[in-house]
Design a protein. Structure first.
Length: 280
């Protein structure tokens, strides 16, 4: 498998970055996860918009322009012989001296990984998944809550704890006790045939799939609201589902010890997933 590392395409076994790269030392960088269907990257421009927006938040100047990034992504898809692919694009502040002084890093690093996409198990969509409410909190006041930072420790710890307790993923609340998101996804609930999802000021990542789902729901005539959501309200929903680029639309049938709705994937969740699949 070939990988793009700082203007070079190399074999994955030979790919490397400096041990003094600030992404490695401090998680000083950002990333995007994308997916291609039959060789086409879904919502590529939206992902790049978010990448450069995140870079602005952390004052990171990415040395590679967006058209060059697009070119390299499609080149990797082609030379790796892929159609349905997982794509991870990471940008760090680059190599610098050890220490928090970021100005010692003179040039950013860019890494693009493109590999075969392995779908989530069909049983997850047929039966739904479970969530466990984590003690890890999302800080809505932090600028990091709205970007895909390379420092994913909070998400990792939340997911690990949830899996130890027999759940598939973690539900994260913000520091005010309202619902934020899961460890890897945005979250929606359905109540009285309307969609409700935590607002952006709840400390969530502005998900690309979340944005698409809100758009297609409104076009289908469904009421879609962004606002604060309490854990109690979420557990009392008719249906709950998660969204992200890789899983698309994933039904949730249990949160902690509480079954959601009829404890099986709901009709509206399935309908929204169908509408989403038509965007592909």
């Amino acid at each position: 498998m070939k990988i793009f590392v700082n203007n070079r395409i190399v074999d994955e076994k030979k790919a490397s970055i400096s041990i003094f790269d600030r992404g490695f030392l401090y998680g000083d960088g950002i990333f995007e996860t994308m997916r291609s269907y039959n060789g086409r990257v879904l919502a590529l421009d939206r992902h790049l918009d978010r990448l450069y927006s995140s870079a602005k938040v952390i004052d990171l100047k990415i040395k590679l322009g967006r058209e060059s990034i697009k070119k390299q992504i499609y080149k990797l898809i082609r030379i790796n012989g892929l159609k349905d692919a997982y794509i991870r694009l990471a940008a760090t502040r680059g190599e610098g001296r050890v220490g928090l002084n970021a100005v010692t890093a003179k040039s950013s690093s860019v890494v693009i990984i493109v590999k075969h996409f392995t779908p989530y198990p069909a049983a997850f969509y047929e039966k739904g998944i479970s969530l466990y409410t984590s003690s890890v909190r999302r800080n809505a006041e932090s600028p990091l809550s709205s970007i895909k930072s390379l420092n994913y420790l909070n998400n990792i710890l939340a997911r690990m704890d949830a899996q130890k307790r027999g759940a598939d993923d973690a539900l994260l609340l913000n520091t005010k006790g309202f619902v934020a998101e899961s460890a890897v996804s945005n979250i929606f609930m359905i109540k009285r045939k309307g969609l409700i999802t935590p607002s952006l000021n709840s400390g969530i990542l502005p998900g690309v799939t979340r944005e698409i789902v809100l758009s297609i729901a409104k076009k289908a005539g469904l009421k879609a609201i962004e606002r604060k959501v309490s854990p109690r309200e979420l557990k009392g929903a008719d249906e709950v589902f998660l969204t992200n680029t890789l899983m698309e639309v994933m039904p949730v049938v249990k949160i902690d010890k509480t079954g959601i709705g009829k404890r099986r994937p709901g009709l509206l969740t399935k309908f929204i997933h169908l509408l989403y699949s038509r965007q592909i």
